[in-house]
Design a protein around this ligand. Structure first.
Ligand code: NI
Length: 259
């Protein structure tokens, strides 16, 4: 079984065939967490998850640059169900935001979501671009819970800082295209109990120019297997087990629609 720990089947790109994508995933034993980036996409992620017994989960939260909103704990609290497995994606993105006022807003919104996750006992799903120093400083000051570093593309030294905090590192198709070898080095050295795989679909397709889909998470698993010189089954198993642990899920065969 595979677990796409970060995908967006809740996004409009999947309007034409969302049901088929979810049905295929259930048939293939592919589990997924649909991630919210603002109130609307968080709500749709929760609604999608509510239709299934197991295998489809949701996060709620506000992306540092995709959302112009202010994070309101009261409004987001109303979205929390037993299928919500994390808070995010939230974090810091200085690549898309270089103004001081914008950066200060990002920090404030991030801290609100950190406190929300801490209160609920849910892990954070973290988006970080060109902001690792500030991100780690904020987390060390404000948070004692668990986190996933989504779409990790940085160095082994940065990965180590997150591992030291007990966090998980999620890899996607960027690993397949990485020509520098730096990310392969990270993938090779990550402890087996901290690696996750994801697609970030509809983005970051391993088939350039095409919409990405949760099923392509297998391509990421294959690349990791190649790098670590282990079988695909081993990578599938360990990443699935890790996903269940961080999302606090029981491995369960009860997939299918809720009746
Ligand atoms: Ni995403």
């Amino acid at each position: 079984m595979l677990f796409d720990t970060h995908t967006h089947v809740n996004f409009p790109e999947f309007d034409p065939d969302r049901e088929q994508i979810l049905k295929d995933a259930q048939d293939q034993g592919l589990w997924m967490t649909n991630v919210g980036c603002d109130y609307k996409s968080s709500k749709s992620a929760v609604e999608l998850a509510s239709k299934f017994k197991d295998g489809v989960y949701a996060t709620v939260g506000q992306h540092p640059t995709d959302s112009k909103e202010h994070f309101d704990e009261e409004i987001y609290s109303a979205l929390i169900t037993d299928k919500v497995v994390a808070i995010g994606e939230c974090g810091l993105d200085y690549y898309h935001q270089k103004e001081e006022a914008g950066i200060n807003k990002q920090k404030a919104e991030f801290i609100k979501q950190i406190h929300f996750a801490q209160k609920l006992g849910l892990p954070l799903v973290i988006h970080c671009r060109d902001a690792y120093h500030d991100l780690i400083e904020i987390l060390q000051a404000e948070y004692t819970g668990q986190a996933i570093i989504h779409s990790f593309t940085d160095s082994g030294d940065t990965a180590k800082k997150f591992l030291d905090l007990g966090y998980y590192i999620a890899l996607n198709a960027i690993l397949i295209f990485d020509k520098t070898g730096r990310l392969a080095e990270v993938a090779k050295n990550l402890p087996s109990d901290r690696i996750l795989i994801e697609t970030d679909a509809p983005f970051l397709s391993p088939n350039r120019g095409k919409r990405n889909e949760p099923a392509n998470v297998k391509r990421v698993a294959e690349r990791i297997a190649e790098i670590r010189e282990v079988s695909l089954e081993e990578v599938s198993d360990l990443t699935f087990t890790n996903a269940c642990r961080i999302y606090q899920l029981e491995k369960s065969p009860s997939t299918g629609l809720r009746t």
